[in-house]
Design a protein around this ligand. Sequence first.
Ligand SMILES: Cc1cc2nc3c(=O)[nH]c(=O)nc-3n(C[C@H](O)[C@H](O)[C@H](O)COP(=O)(O)OP(=O)(O)OC[C@H]3O[C@@H](n4cnc5c(N)ncnc54)[C@H](O)[C@@H]3O)c2cc1C
Length: 415
Amino acid sequence: MINEKVDVIVIGAGPAGCVAAAILNKNGYSVKVIEKQQFPRFVIGESLLPRCLDNLEKAGLLEAVQMQNFQRKNGASFVRDEHEICEFNFAEQHTKGWEYAWQMRRSEFDKTLADEIERQGVSLSYQESVEAVEFKTDKVLVSVQTNNNLNYIIESKFLIDASGYGRVLPRLLNLSKPSNFPARTAFFAHIKDENRIEGTEFLTEVADLKKAWTWIIPVAPGVTSIGFVGDTAFLESHGSNFDKGTFASLLKTHPKLNSRYSNNINFLTEPKVIKGYSVGVKQMHGDRYVLVGNSTEFLDPVFSSGVAFATETGAIAGDLVSKQLNGEVVDWNKDYVEYIQHGINVFRTYVKEWYSGNLQTIFFAVDKDPSFKKQICSVLAGYVWDMSNPYVKKHNRAVTVLAQVIRSQKLANMQ
Ligand SMILES: Cc1cc2nc3c(=O)[nH]c(=O)nc-3n(C[C@H](O)[C@H](O)[C@H](O)COP(=O)(O)OP(=O)(O)OC[C@H]3O[C@@H](n4cnc5c(N)ncnc54)[C@H](O)[C@@H]3O)c2cc1C
């Protein structure tokens, strides 16, 4: 029995789902968001990029987030061998854009977005899970299971899958594709951090890159998110249980972390592990559906690009679905897949070059040439569609060539 009819169903109330739903609602369409969990809920991804702010503004969600006074992230710092530091400041960019983002508990950020879309008139049901979908020629039937094991069906004209790590449509329609990156592991926790001076740190810190790197993100007053990402065997060599003992042992591997945390680690969350986090899809859209956010492709956490992509895909999908429902012809391949794929490809290059070591060569030399630095800074801010930036347009070659030039200059200087 069909319980409800709406224009669009969105699976998942993360950033991708909220942005898409807000835009459709603004455009006058009836939207129903089905969310499996009760918010606030934990999700990883606490450090945002300035590009997110453009997307939140477009969706009418920016003001609500700004009112939360989350901790500002003014840039990113990369540290090598404890003493070499490369700092990118989002105020010094090639692309004209936002000069800051935020770092905060995602539970609070996502709850802010979800509350705001409800306030704006979007219907959102928590603790209900999309279990099956049936595509008919003129509609989509979505089977939902409630927390009390009751089932019901909603009918819609279009379905947006924003289910993130749940990957509902990739699972149901067999759309998942393995990533061509090596399967790496991420291991993370929130810890109490009394030694930190609020607002002074906005950094990603590097341990031994061949084995793992680590992030240190201040997410709230006195609370720091620490994560280790890298080779699974290396991380497991510190304890295959991935428990507090493993975490403490890993903290000791880095002199800076060791001196700062290892005496008295006060865990605020149990450490969590995600193995083989990179994943792709065979297709991003089909008749009456589109995938947004992590449901499409996730590369790597190193440049904190996940929420920027989630909001970007949500914003574009919201617009394109509105057009289609308005009877306009939408070229999904050109206007969605090619556009998004370009952004993914730019970040794919930077992730690849991070692990190849070429980016480190550049980062720790780049201070000497501010023009490259501004261009690379805009990529790190998420402005990966600005074709006036050679480090976007020619990303494939630009990073490798610059690293080669820096290495040759270093060699020449030594002779
Ligand atoms: C180790 C690690 C570190 C990361 N760090 C960063 C970072 O610093 N910055 C950053 O921007 N990104 C980061 N990311 C990426 C970030 O976590 C994701 O890109 C982001 O959360 C994607 O948002 P989303 O809206 O697509 O999905 P989510 O935020 O995952 O939301 C999806 C929602 O769908 C719901 N759902 C799932 N299945 C169903 C179902 N069957 N029915 C109904 N609802 C369902 C879920 O409950 C969930 O609330 C990191 C990722 C990893 C693995």
